[in-house]
Design a protein. Sequence first.
Length: 329
Amino acid sequence: MSQNTVPFPTVQPPGYEWLDGEPVFDPGIHLAIEAPRSVTMLADLGYSEAEITGTATPVAFSEPFRVLSDEGAEVMLETARRLRKYVARAGDRIEHMVRGGCYRSRWLRDLCLAPEVTAVMSGVYGKAVTPHTMPVHLGHMNFPPSAVGDAVDKWHHDTLPLDYVMMVSDPTTLPGGQFEVFLGTKAEAAALAGAGERPPRDRVLVPDFPGPGWAIALHGNMVVHRGGPLTEAAERITMVNGYVDLDRSGDDQSRARDLIQVDDLAVLPTDWARHAAWRGAGRLEAVVDDLAFGIGLAEAADRLEEAIVDVQLAIHDMRNEPPPIQHYE
């Protein structure tokens, strides 16, 4: 395993079992990766240099790019259908979703961890990334709502900074349900929502996905987006896979506290604590490796405090009531 890959846990949570009869994931059969030719930057959406500086990447999103072969897309769809019985609800934002699928499907797990896909994502973002250290962020699936005309997923930004959204259903056959991106900032989306308005259509991009198994890379917690409503009942499924920046010196952009209202509490605390510990370990290693002599007590204390900020935040958030999940409608 590459030193730039965080290993997936070897033990399943209690009550989780692997799907039987799955094919073995084979990148030579199931992948047909074509790196995107272009990306849109955060600055293009109106973010200032100061707002961009503290983020993982200045990239906002890519054009759609192919990930799966035709055979891989067929297996992905069948896997999603088999996992649908584990559907849960994300508060009032998404009616039907599945989390923790990589603890149930070996094929999905191996796709989400595939180094071939990770390499493309690193190229999109312009820096080394790895599949998210919280496996609940791997292989997230959204399914259509019960009522035709309801948005599949309301206007929102993600709880994690880096991810891709893959079309599992064939988007060319769907009656509506387009993936939509607001060509503006989070602050603009919040102002519109505060005025009882939604993003105007002339500032909404609908990326063209040629078929199932195609994805769009996102700077998820900076780009406001949604799954639009269907105009008639249909099977509309997407899969979201999360990543983290291997450079842990910057702030963690994730909002893990939101997941308290979403994820299985037999899984989330362990995933969350491991993620906070992984970030803290990296920052503490930097203190061990780089701290110079002659810095003084105050600066030494500051460096230690900065190193454990993610652990301290996780402790605080775990012990307090979570705020409402953020969305813009």
